[in-house]
Write a protein that binds this ligand. Sequence first.
Ligand SMILES: [Fe+2]
Ligand SMILES: [Fe+2]
Length: 187
Amino acid sequence: MGVAGTAGVAALPGLPRWAEVSERRLAHIARVTALLDAWARALRLAPDEAEAWHDAGRWHDALRDADETTLRALTPGLDRPVAVLHGPAAAARLMAEGERRDDVLEAVRWHTVGHGDWARTGRALYMADFLEPGRTFLQADRAFLAQHLPHDFDGVFRQVVRMRLEWTLREGKALFPEAVDLWNAVR
Ligand SMILES: [Fe+2]
Ligand SMILES: [Fe+2]
């Protein structure tokens, strides 16, 4: 898989220097962060929380295109498929670099799977990752939910959790315990 060169990374300020992301992924990260910034403005979040949302968006897929050896080395003892390791690996890397905001770390760590005990930062990232406009499925439904979110954060979150889990089941993919906790927390 292609890894972004210096030019690509430089084009997206705020990405960690250790990021391993393709050009396509960079564009996704930029769209997710832009959506989080727009929601933060619409909700008139305090600067600290708006910054947490922004950073979670910037960092969540920083290791999305890293190889399995790198991801497993950063997540010792975590017996999970490689596809869900980039969140925990990025969180481990951020912690090692001194990041201490729990809401940001938990958002990045669990963004692929979900978590029943998230602060708003984790819930916002989970929604932005799914509702960003670059994804090609259910475009009208997702655009509606993205627009509606500032008026009903919890209602949109419940709907996004439902849509993501329905897809997981339909595809026959594994349901992780954290995703089950999440469903039980919002249903
Ligand atoms: Fe991801
Ligand atoms: Fe993502």
